[in-house]
Ligand binder design. Structure first.
Ligand SMILES: C[S@@+](CC[C@H](N)C(=O)[O-])C[C@H]1O[C@@H](n2cnc3c(N)ncnc32)[C@H](O)[C@@H]1O
Length: 293
């Protein structure tokens, strides 16, 4: 079965993405939030450097159906490439680009940033697999498992990205990526602070709250401990779902020094930021009521 997701891009065009059951779906909680953040970040790089969009270069590694790459090319970024380790994702990205009358400059199979080149990019935008090993039900297909499992704590692939990215960014370039509250975000924060002190931030208007797993799903029982631990990272709502947060993180040498480097709380979307139980949890965990330090 296939379903279509629509995205109102920064170019003013409505882009359409086809989701096949067996592949990770382009969705409004991560993929399209990343696409929008990347569009805004591209304007930021263009404005900071006085460079026309048509002279910028962008890359979506771990592209899946290619929502960010296609959005960026559609808004006029000059060179855009997309890569994924899974041949079927590469094919889905090519098909989505064609269906939207967008021609990406390069779409290929590659393991993370190993694209066989050394080109530098103004924007590298990535929604990496970021589930922990325990996250998936046994019945999950191998392709979906590759798309969601980021390693033992969920951030191993993201850590590889942070280790490898610097030489692939232009002088004012940004890395934009998705992080989720079901992975080891404390470890991620420590690594960001160590590698990019004062040069990372959570993107404005994130985190976004998203329904994650059904509370009656036996494979989701590991989530219970996080809610009773009073961490506002995963919580149970009376709609029968565990909810979690997705942040977009920007890392850039071009950010003003002292960019606000902390994981913001207070999620956007679906009235969830007004959830009284959640507000109480955030108050208990945060020095300033806004962010995890
Ligand atoms: C969470 S999905 C994101 C897909 C798409 N960017 C989106 O946001 O809709 C992660 C994608 O990363 C790919 N992937 C997993 N491990 C990878 C690796 N080592 N190198 C490149 N791609 C990888 C998966 O095949 C999957 O398409």
């Amino acid at each position: 079965m296939t379903a279509e997701v629509r995205h109102l891009s920064n170019s003013g065009k409505v882009l359409r993405f086809v989701n096949e059951d067996r592949l990770y779906p382009v969705n409004q909680y991560q993929s399209l939030v990343l696409a929008t953040a990347s569009e805004l970040a591209a304007h930021g790089v263009a404005a900071r450097t006085g460079t026309p969009l048509a002279e910028l270069a962008a890359w979506e590694p771990c592209c899946g159906g290619g929502p960010t790459a296609i959005s960026l090319k559609s808004m006029g970024i000059g060179y855009v490439q997309a890569t994924d380790i899974n041949d079927d994702s590469v094919a889905a990205c090519i098909a989505n680009a064609r269906n939207n009358d967008v021609e990406l400059d390069r779409v290929e199979r590659a393991d993370l940033l190993a694209d066989g080149g050394n080109r530098q990019f103004d924007l590298i935008s990535c929604n990496p697999p970021c589930g922990a090993d325990a996250a998936g039900p046994a019945s999950m297909s191998p392709q979906i498992r590759t798309a969601v499992e980021g390693g033992e704590t969920g951030i191993e692939l993201t850590m590889r990205l942070l280790e490898q990215v610097a030489p692939r960014l232009s002088e004012h370039g940004s890395l934009i990526f998705v992080a989720v509250s079901t992975s080891d975000i404390y470890g991620l924060r420590n690594s960001l602070d160590a590698r990019f002190p004062g040069k990372w931030r959570t993107f404005p208007s994130t985190p976004v709250a998203a329904p994650y797993r059904r509370t009656d799903d036996a494979d989701a029982s590991w989530l219970v401990d996080q809610t009773v631990g009073f961490e506002p990272l995963v919580w149970r709502r009376d709609d029968g779902w565990y909810w979690r947060l997705s942040w977009i993180i920007e890392v850039s040498r071009g950010l003003p020094s002292g960019a606000y480097s902390a994981f913001t709380l207070c999620p956007y979307g679906l009235e969830v930021s007004r959830d009284p139980g959640l507000a109480e949890l955030i108050g208990r965990c945060s020095d300033d009521g806004l962010s995890l330090r």
